[in-house]
Design a protein around this ligand. Structure first.
Ligand code: NAP
Length: 281
């Protein structure tokens, strides 16, 4: 998909348009720093212009809002990404809503949430569920008429995932069930899934017995668990018990790998979409 995108970026650049992404990072959260670095590297490889703006943890909300306004008006920048989580003293919603919808490549502004919900293709689809959908499409896993069960109802993953799978088109037309922490007897629901998508942030929560034999399992979770045998002292695991699940599943995504790289790819796609819509080409 990144190779496909290279052609599109070359076409835009030949017309004098270089899609640009600004990433804003407040504080020094280790995982966030890594994510932002990976996004910058992906932009470089794809030939996108990018800026990473690193702010001190004590940055005030007013200062951050001022920066967003500056980026909203900056013609080199077509996409703005505010890396979450933000420090506690900053109202994340207020900041995300200040990003102009035309540059909201994360798809968190209510205007884009609404557009995605009604299937308006000019809306920006949040990168993680968009990546999951494309992963299914490119793997030729037909979602039409399938029962997709999503575990997790966050605004970043679970809810937009449901909206995308419900749409009438490729990677859509599924019958969708969404589970959350108050779902009763969750195993009886997950076992009904032809496609099981898990995004809860609980290490190895989904075990083999929760999966219908042959189901497609997409593990969105990224969790650090202590592991003294590694150099870093931890390792990354998903929300699914991979070793057990892969014995039962028809197809499964690994962690790390799988959804993570797709998320970054779709962020690049959204930035290119933003540049195209801005230039009206
Ligand atoms: P979140 O905002 O914390 O939401 C978690 C959701 O899981 C909530 O809806 C919660 O239900 C539900 N939940 C928690 N415990 C549950 C349980 N025992 N049974 C059923 N549902 C339960 O998390 P998120 O931002 O969506 O992220 C989820 C995971 O995906 C995390 O590990 C995160 O690191 C990972 N992630 C990965 C990527 C990527 O690119 N690979 C991107 C985004 C997120 P309630 O609403 O009832 O509380």
């Amino acid at each position: 998909m990144r190779a496909e995108l290279l052609g599109e970026i070359r076409r835009l650049r030949s017309r004098g348009i270089t899609p640009g992404l600004a990433a804003v990072l407040v504080g020094d959260n280790a995982a966030s720093t890594t994510y932002v670095r990976m996004k910058g590297k992906a932009c470089d490889e794809a030939g996108l212009y990018h800026e990473t703006i690193r702010l001190k943890p004590e940055t005030t909300e007013a200062e951050l809002l001022e920066l967003i306004e500056r980026l909203n008006a900056d013609h080199k920048i077509h996409g703005i990404l505010v890396q979450l989580p933000l420090p506690k003293h900053i109202d994340a919603q207020r900041v995300l809503h200040r990003v102009t919808p035309a540059k909201d490549v994360d798809g968190f502004h209510p205007e884009n949430v609404g557009k995605v919900s009604i299937g308006d293709p000019t809306g920006f689809r949040p990168a993680t569920p968009y990546g999951v959908q494309q992963l299914l499409v490119k793997s030729e896993i037909d979602t039409k008429g399938q029962h997709a069960v999503i575990v997790g109802r966050s605004t970043i993953v679970g809810r937009p995932m449901a909206a995308l799978l419900l749409q009438d088109g490729p990677g859509g037309n599924a019958t969708v069930t969404v589970c959350h922490s108050r779902t009763r007897d969750i195993k009886s629901v997950t076992r009904l899934a032809d496609i099981l998508i898990v995004a809860i942030g609980k290490p190895e929560f989904v075990t083999g017995d929760m999966i219908k034999p042959g189901a497609v399992v997409i593990d969105v979770g990224v969790n650090r668990v202590d592991d003294p045998s590694t150099k870093k002292g931890y390792r990354l695991v998903g929300d699914v018990q991979f070793a057990e699940a892969k014995q039962v599943a028809g197809a499964i995504t690994p962690v790390p790998g799988g959804v993570g790289p797709m998320t970054i790819t779709m962020l690049l796609y959204n930035t290119v979409q933003a540049a195209r819509q801005w230039a009206k080409v």
